[in-house]
Ligand binder design. Structure first.
Ligand SMILES: Cc1cc2nc3c(=O)[nH]c(=O)nc-3n(C[C@H](O)[C@H](O)[C@H](O)COP(=O)(O)O)c2cc1C
Length: 302
């Protein structure tokens, strides 16, 4: 949740008794600043440092070592094998103290991830999830049961804390995930609309106003392609609100033209963002991974 996951958001989620995550990003200096900021803002009983999203572990390792975060969250390695090295380095850097959380989107990914990283928390990301996720995935309805059963068969039952993610927006969803057998949940999109999220108000407004996520959101790689971000492995796409970019793609517009129009739309800059831009071309522009899904619910204060 690059940009959205501010230190303030992570702290307030943690103050509410949950675990707030800070986006690791790829720039060690920015991450260091965010973690420093979170230390200054935290009050006495806030004794676990916010966690890290990871995308380029090597450069972030010294920061992890210096801050000793409470949990380190890993997702989307280029190669599965990377997880082994990341987990080893995190444990080295934190004297084995930082629990490791790995997010996966299918049974076929869960098994090797558990073997390679031996995570303390396994997040099962269903295909309703906003943001990047596995192209070939399933809803948490089948994912949680399937993975839990398999883990029980191959390893010490109960060795992993399993969290469900994807489409969880309020207490009813949390209850449903617990009934499925999850030990807890991870939420992203819900927090995009929080006051603390570091994204433009128009993005928050658009997220609140978008109903019927089955029709108004879509899984695609278009947002990354428009931003000319080709870093993601081909097994991932992402869920975002549908917009003109998606319509044009379905109308056979080639990427070069879609990219050109996207850049035109961005010219006014963040300050000029308006709802028309969201409806017009792929968003959220320069702010990071495009995504959201809103299920037509009224979001109560968490
Ligand atoms: C805007 C946005 C950005 C995200 N960025 C990341 C990320 O950088 N790393 C990551 O592991 N997951 C990321 N996620 C996915 C979350 O980890 C989680 O799987 C997802 O938000 C759960 O589904 P939900 O959005 O329906 O709550 C992102 C989600 C959103 C909405």
């Amino acid at each position: 949740m690059l940009e959205a996951s501010t230190s303030r958001l992570a702290i307030n989620v943690s103050r509410a008794g949950r675990l707030g995550f800070i986006a690791g990003g790829t720039d060690p200096a920015t991450l260091n600043h965010r973690l420093e900021e979170s230390k200054q803002l935290s009050y006495k009983t806030f004794n676990c440092r916010p966690q890290l999203f990871n995308s380029s572990f090597r450069s972030l390792a010294p920061v992890i070592s210096a801050h000793k975060p409470a949990v380190v969250w890993l997702f989307a390695p280029k190669a599965e094998e990377d997880l082994r090295e990341w987990a080893m380095r995190i444990r080295d850097a934190t004297d084995g103290l930082a629990p490791i959380c790995v997010q996966v989107g299918s049974l076929v990914e869960a098994e090797p991830s558990v073997a390679l990283a031996e995570p303390n928390f396994l997040v099962l990301q269903g295909l309703d999830a906003g943001g990047h996720g596995r192209r070939q995935s399933a809803s948490i309805m089948s994912l949680v049961l399937e993975v839990k059963d398999r883990l029980a068969a191959i390893s010490k039952a109960g060795a992993h804390v399993v969290l469900a993610a994807g489409g969880i927006g309020d207490a009813r969803d949390v209850a449903a995930a617990l009934v499925l057998g999850a030990d807890g949940v991870a939420m992203g999109t819900r927090f995009l609309v929080s006051e603390e999220a570091g994204i433009p108000e128009v993005w928050k407004g658009e997220t609140m106003e978008t109903g019927d996520g089955g029709v108004t959101t879509t899984r695609s790689t278009l947002c990354g392609r428009l931003k000319e971000n080709h870093d993601w492995s081909a097994i991932y796409d992402g869920r975002a609100i549908r917009n003109k970019g998606h319509d044009d793609e379905e109308g056979d517009m080639v990427d070069d033209e879609n990219v050109r129009l996207y850049k035109e739309d961005l010219k006014p800059g963040d300050s000029a963002w308006g709802v028309h831009l969201f409806r017009n071309r792929c968003w959220p522009g320069p702010l990071g991974p495009a995504s959201t899904v809103y299920y037509g619910k009224e979001y109560p204060t968490p």
